[in-house]
Design a protein around this ligand. Structure first.
Ligand code: F6R
Length: 244
């Protein structure tokens, strides 16, 4: 695992954007696995700036997002599809038809999960997967559990995730309780993984995930077994073990 510690959130965003930009330059047809949440917003802004400066071409890029809330339509401003359109897609020259997010209002969510896994296979797998990390160590919405769920699946969000996500909603009652998420199998098969984290509230989750035992109780800990992970975090998030 490569570890990059930056001075602050802006530095983390720039570094991670450089890694994604390098991937796009090396393979302009890359399949990018993308994440939502507050952590990647700055990084998406950096990618938009690079695109506007003529440094990046997204026209042949394909993207697959990690997850979506169950019950939210793509038009809902709390949906992850809406987030991606607003924070990245509509500012760059990516073909929207080549961007994929699980369908939160699929009539049959279980069939939607199978369709999403098939889609990722059809695309040839993920070249570079971007991940944030939950305060409880989740990646995507793979919540702490007794086993690692391998394929895309429906998940009941834990109370800690609902509380953490309540900041985006008028009140915690409105936070959806379920989501569709890519499984650990698809994430682990990604050829490269970039994990980003900012702020002291992520420090303990990072310590457990990357300097503790591998356990489904800390889903991100499985990444210790991945051959190509780069962890980009700011000083506030960095566990002591990362600073030696
Ligand atoms: C988002 C996702 C989540 C977030 C994680 C961190 O698509 O899959 O795992 O990456 O909850 O969220 P933030 O960045 O808001 O702290």
């Amino acid at each position: 695992m490569r570890v990059i510690v930056t001075e602050d959130y802006a530095g983390m965003s720039r570094k991670a954007a450089e890694l994604i930009a390098a991937q796009i330059l090396l393979n302009p047809q890359s399949v990018l696995g993308l994440a939502t949440g507050s952590t990647p917003i700055g990084l998406y802004q950096c990618l938009v700036e690079k695109y506007r400066a003529g440094e990046l071409d997204f026209s042949r890029i394909r993207s697959v997002n990690l997850d979506e809330y169950l019950g939210l339509s793509p038009e809902d401003d709390q949906s992850y599809r809406y987030f991606m359109n607003e924070n990245l897609f509509r500012h760059i020259n990516i073909n929207l038809a080549n961007t994929y997010v699980p369908d939160g209002i699929a009539k049959d969510p279980v069939a939607e999960c199978a369709r999403y896994d098939e889609l990722i296979c059809r695309l040839g797998g993920i070249d570079m997967q971007l991940l944030g990390i939950g305060n409880n160590g989740h990646i995507g919405f793979n919540e702490p559990a007794n086993t690692f769920a391998l394929s895309t699946h429906c998940v009941a969000l834990t109370e800690s995730t609902i509380q953490a996500n309540a900041r985006f909603f008028a009140d915690s009652e409105q936070v959806p309780q379920q989501a569709l998420t890519m499984g650990i199998g698809q994430i682990m098969r990604a050829r490269r993984v970039i994990v980003i984290a900012s702020g002291s509230e992520k420090r303990e989750a990072l310590r457990k995930a990357f300097w503790g035992p591998v356990t489904p109780e800390v889903p991100a800990s499985i990444l210790q077994m991945h051959p190509d992970v780069t962890l980009v975090m700011d000083r506030q998030a960095a566990p002591e073990a990362a600073c030696v």
